[in-house]
Design a protein around this ligand. Structure first.
Ligand code: ADP
Ligand code: MG
Length: 629
């Protein structure tokens, strides 16, 4: 059989070059992790083969015992990691070890500062994978053949990690991938049995496949022996598993470099038997916002890997959870379609969600600081929960954290329980305000009366907040009330006298209100006297069930057809400006005043004016007027 070698030299994608450079500097103190990464890839490759072979037995060829081998050559100063997994064809090699296919790569590299110390920290978050081989090697050779293809379809990839790599076709009878590292000067310690075994033990013991090395026993040096425990971590009893083992397993399945924040491991036996092991990462991945991407839970059936990213196993608002579900009852040939309408999966999912919520609750109650770290990373995703998961709404609500007029104005730290515990006497509602940003929320004129009465208001400035609040109507029997919507009803927070005065004031200023309404025409639904304001002359309000103005804006920007909902203009009848123009005889001047008050109210909400030029010219006119021209 002749093989057309078809050798070519190709350049790495720019990002790969950057990654290689950075990595060699930043991971130098932790260089042994290259072995973990290579073994992790070998294990993934075996999992993929096992899964594909479920529908195409021929892929196993006559070598169905999947395993990983680690070898070294002291004289040649090489370390080799070999697997008989799925392998790669030429295209796949180019795509997988010449580029970085991860979503978010580009943004990641844009976020690098150029300051090596800072970037070194970031690189860990990104996950380094295969390229970590170059930390200890100045030349890496990868030879592979895809399962099911003839021996003449072998491919060899070689690179010194400087910017280019070569690809050639080679004869390769053995299926799978073999990676050989030519160690850099000074890294010879890795070509030693003791060192390699120690690293495997430390990082890869949990790998669910035998990892073999040559025996060191006299006379048996050509035989392989298994050096890891080769049992599925999640199938072992909890009490026997050390935290380090849990952490290493996390790094393997999550392709993460950092330790997880927390984990929860459960085994269920009985009617249905299954095990679950879930992790909360420390940091949000770069593609967190891509709702269609990467649900991080892997499905196994009786210890056999079935699929990655099984989106049926976790709701979207928990898409950052990483882990494993292993069912004893599902058929091995289960497909994504079957998963979609499977009773067992529904049960496992419901129980899994409860477990994860329980884990988060425990953290919130007992490790507040850790939970705050979690919230800062993943809070905005959890906020999708009330809309998506009706059954667990009350539990999710307890996990929420908010900025607040009595907590931090720009950091979400206040829980609803905390809010309830500080409610004022006579207060029966949970007050909140949503705006374009936390600053806009905190500066909103609507807060004035609440500040005066020292009533706490939750401040919301995230895009999802208004949407989330449309799914939350109460917490522990207390209604949520937007302070920018509807008639302000402070209930018992207002005494009889105040209520009386408010009514009177509306009557007293009847003429003013009518004149303003006439001047503003159909720009507003109504003009009324406000009792929300103490310092500002005016503010805008929408009807109880209307969308707030910033939500209307977001939807319009996104190209939605939003019916124009006219706002209600409320004025502060005590304000000196209002008192002054109430007596304005000149109708044109009066109309200018009315418009300026309306536009001001819009601006202080963080809104945009339809006609800013007119606002400015009116304001200038009025200023000249006041200064006596
Ligand atoms: P990750 O494992 O996070 O995807 P890596 O850099 O470790 O990133 O690997 C990149 C890709 O190269 C893998 O996703 C896989 O497709 C391919 N790959 C690496 N090693 C092997 C291997 N031993 N067998 C088959 N494919 C491999
Ligand atoms: Mg990898």
């Amino acid at each position: 059989m002749s093989v057309d070698a078809h050798k070519e030299t190709l350049g790495f994608q720019t990002e790969v070059r950057q990654l290689l450079k950075l990595m060699i500097h930043s991971l130098y103190s932790n260089k042994e992790i290259f072995l973990r990464e290579l073994i992790s890839n070998a294990s993934d490759a075996c999992d993929k083969l096992r899964f594909e072979a479920l529908t195409d037995e021929a892929l196993m060829e006559d070598d169905a015992e999947l395993k990983i081998q680690v070898e070294f050559d002291k004289d040649a100063k090489t370390v080799t990691v070999r697997d008989n997994g799925i392998g790669m064809d030429r295209e796949e090699v180019m795509e997988n070890v010449g580029t970085i296919a991860k979503s978010g790569t580009k943004q990641f590299f844009e976020s690098l500062t150029g300051d090596q110390a800072k970037d070194a920290q970031l690189i860990g978050q990104f996950g380094v994978g295969f390229y970590s081989a170059f930390i200890v090697a100045d030349k890496v050779s990868l030879t592979t053949r895809r399962a099911g293809m003839g021996a003449e379809h072998g491919v060899r990839w070689e690179s010194d990690g400087e910017g280019e790599y070569t690809l050639e076709t080679v004869e390769r009878p053995m299926r799978g991938t073999e990676v050989t590292l030519h160690l850099r000067e000074g890294e010879e310690e890795f070509a030693e049995a003791y060192r390699l075994r120690h690293i495997i033990n430390k990082y890869s013991d949990h790998i669910n496949l035998p990892i073999e090395m040559k025996s060191e026993e006299e006379g048996k040096q050509d035989e392989y022996e298994v050096v890891n425990s080769a049992s599925a971590l999640w199938a072992r009893p909890k009490t026997e598993i050390k935290d380090e083992e849990y952490n290493e397993f996390y790094k393997h399945i999550a392709h993460d470099f950092e330790e997880p924040l927390a984990h929860i491991h459960t085994k269920v036996e009985g009617n249905q038997s299954y095990a679950t092991l879930f992790y909360v990462p420390q940091r949000a991945p770069f593609d967190l916002w891509d709702r269609d991407k990467r649900h991080g839970v892997k499905l196994y059936v009786r210890r056999v890997f079935i699929m990655d990213d099984a989106e049926q196993l976790m709701p979207t608002y928990l898409r950052f959870i990483r882990g494993v579900v292993d069912s004893d009852d599902l058929p091995l040939n289960v497909s994504r379609e079957i998963l979609q309408r499977n009773k067992q999966i529904d049960t496992i999912r419901a129980a899994s969600v409860k477990k994860v919520l329980g884990l988060l609750e425990g953290m919130a109650n007992n490790e507040a600081e850790k939970y705050q770290g979690f919230w800062d990373e993943f809070g905005s995703v959890i906020k999708e929960g009330p809309a998506e998961d009706h059954a667990n709404k009350a539990r999710i609500a307890k996990l929420l954290r908010f900025a607040s007029t009595k907590g931090d104005a720009d950091k979400q730290t206040v829980s609803l329980d905390e809010y309830l515990s500080r409610m004022k006497e006579g207060q029966d509602k949970i007050y909140y305000i949503t705006a374009d940003s936390y600053a806009a929320a905190n500066n909103s004129p609507h807060l004035e009366v609440f500040r005066k009465k020292e009533v706490e208001v939750l401040l919301m400035g995230d895009r999802v907040d208004e949407w989330m609040m449309s799914f939350l109507d109460e917490f522990e029997g207390r209604q949520f009330q937007s302070i920018a919507k509807g008639e302000l009803d402070l209930g018992e927070l207002e005494d009889e006298q105040e209520k009386e005065e408010a009514k009177k004031s509306q009557q007293e200023h009847k003429d003013l209100l009518e004149r303003m309404q006439k001047a503003l025409g159909d720009k507003v639904k109504e003009v009324r006297v406000s009792h929300r304001l103490t310092r500002s002359p005016s503010c805008l309000v929408v009807e109880e069930h209307d969308m707030n103005l910033s939500m209307q804006k977001i939807l319009k920007q996104a190209g939605h057809d939003v019916p124009t909902m006219k706002p209600i203009l409320e004025i502060n009848s005590e304000h000196p400006l209002v008192r002054q123009f109430e007596h304005e005889q000149d109708e044109e001047r009066f109309s200018d005043w009315a418009h300026v008050l309306l536009d001001q109210a819009m601006l202080s909400e963080g809104g945009q004016l339809e006609d800013p030029a007119s606002f400015v010219s009116r304001l200038n006119e009025l200023m000249l007027d006041l200064s006596g021209k």
